[in-house]
Design a protein around this ligand. Sequence first.
Ligand code: NI
Ligand code: MN
Length: 229
Amino acid sequence: MVKVKWFGHSAFAVEVGGKVFLVDPWITNPKSPVKDLSELGIEPDYILVTHDHGDHLGNAVELLKLYKKAKAVAIFEIANQIAEKLGDPNRVIDGNIGGPIQLGDGFFVVLTTATHSSSSGSPTGVVFGREGETVYHAGDTGLTYDMKLVGELYKPLVALLPIGGHYTMGPREAAKAAELIKPKYAIPMHYGTFPVLWGRPEDFKNEVAKLAPEVRVVILSPGEEVELT
Ligand code: NI
Ligand code: MN
């Protein structure tokens, strides 16, 4: 069972086998129900950052200072910057695209390709969890055929896909991504935070129904949590 909680934008808390992964933790985004970082309601084990745009790096460093057992995982250059700001390299795991990072007890993180930009390092997505309970958070990205490999190799139970358009995939591109990845569930993200992120989750759901009817689209409200099996 995988528990997925959305804080709005691209920020999620995902619980797999008792480990809590916080992804792209912009917890104080305009749609988030959490305004005070000490009231997160969970103790993160890992904080995953896909790229260093402010809406993804978000509150990562503040959270690492507040939640002392958490470790950050990010691409080399961004991991180094987090370590410097935190003043503690031991709580940061640096990796790179395509290299499985073993976290122990069968848990892993793989940074994936994302077609986007980043001020430092390269933009990534992340696959994480453990065998049979993997989650794919695509980060900010356009549609790329690499997603087919993510689906074939890691068979994610759930794919978290940006659908807002303008800077990332819109509903149509994200539905094609769902078709390539073939997860059991797809959850839309990165829409509605600002007017420019125009993609609507209903349109994503309709497109997925056409292209990949076997994929179940789960639309969350900010603050909502769902249990997926
Ligand atoms: Ni971005
Ligand atoms: Mn973004």
